[in-house]
Design a protein around this ligand. Structure first.
Ligand code: DGL
Length: 286
């Protein structure tokens, strides 16, 4: 990894909370976190240069995510949220179990799948939920495995939607091309699970397709996205871990980095974050 000036001093006692995504999607999660916990500082990194992660192998997603997690640590962060389902599914466990003990046992990396799985079953009256996600998240079986720990009788149906992220990235999520894929994937999942009454958008890009999804959603089915769930869960985590909370700086500062063009990031980011952003380039030596 190439040397570059760090944005926050790694020696500071308290540092911003790191929020990571393969690209823009994590901004939909950060937006809700900031709403819930505005007093903290946040450092966002989008690995846009290597996004999307959704169709990449386990090894590749793990290596990319680890590299980005190390970048947060070099910038002083002690708490990093993987606001990306694909990275949470394919990299989080190995980072928590194998890498963190060696890098620094006092640092923490949290994901978005566990907090979602902890609550998902409570939304369903038919005890049947549908998960829409990337190929990688679906193949990892993380959602069926995690939800089974909290809701052993919950029926979990999954549908990979590999075209949805490219549609959002290409700003085509409101266009007619999106109708074809949204309709097709929703038909598939409801064909598999007729009694599904909750659909989880288990990819941080998908909230941008919400209006389109609602057009094709059977009446009475609830649409759940993760931003608020993750924000609630982070607030709860900080309340239960005062030692970590004390290491998160407060000043309401938000700083955004991308591994790709800052101009492109700034042009697209507002769609996800709801506010104009002025980003910096993160040099991971790519
Ligand atoms: N943001 C990622 C997620 O939540 C999807 C985007 C990608 O494929 O990189 O899974």
């Amino acid at each position: 990894m190439s040397q570059q000036p760090v944005y926050f001093c790694a020696m500071q006692k308290a540092a911003p909370i790191g929020v990571f995504d393969s690209g823009y999607g994590g901004l939909t999660v950060l937006k809700e976190i900031v709403k819930k916990l505005p007093e903290y500082d946040y450092l966002y990194l989008g690995d846009n240069a290597r996004a999307p992660y959704g169709n990449r192998s386990f090894d590749t997603v793990y290596l990319y995510t680890l590299q980005c997690v190390k970048w947060f640590f070099e910038n002083g962060c002690t708490l990093v949220i993987l606001a990306c389902n694909t990275a949470s599914a394919k990299a989080l466990r190995t980072i928590q179990q194998n890498d963190l003990p060696q890098i620094d046992p006092d640092k923490r990396v949290l994901g978005v799948i566990r907090p979602t799985a902890e609550i998902l079953g409570t939304f369903s009256e038919t005890n049947s939920v549908g998960i829409l996600a990337t190929n990688g998240t679906v193949a990892s079986e993380s959602y069926p495995m995690e939800t089974a720990k909290f809701f052993p009788d919950l029926k979990v149906y999954q549908e990979a939607c590999p075209m949805w992220v490219p549609l959002v990235e290409a700003n085509e999520h409101t266009g007619r091309g999106a109708d074809y894929f949204v309709k097709k994937n929703l038909e598939n999942i409801f064909e598999a699970g007729e009694d599904i009454d909750v659909i989880l958008l288990a990819c941080t890009h998908y909230p941008l397709l919400r209006e389109k999804i609602e057009e094709y959603l059977p009446v009475g089915v609830k649409l759940v996205s993760q931003g608020e769930i993750v924000a609630e869960s982070l607030a709860d985590y900080l309340a239960r871990h005062p030692e970590m909370e004390a290491r998160c700086s407060k000043g309401g500062k938000r700083v955004f980095f991308t591994t790709d063009s800052t101009q492109d990031f700034d042009n697209h980011a507002a769609t996800f974050y709801g506010e104009t952003i002025s980003s910096h380039h993160a040099d991971l030596g790519l």
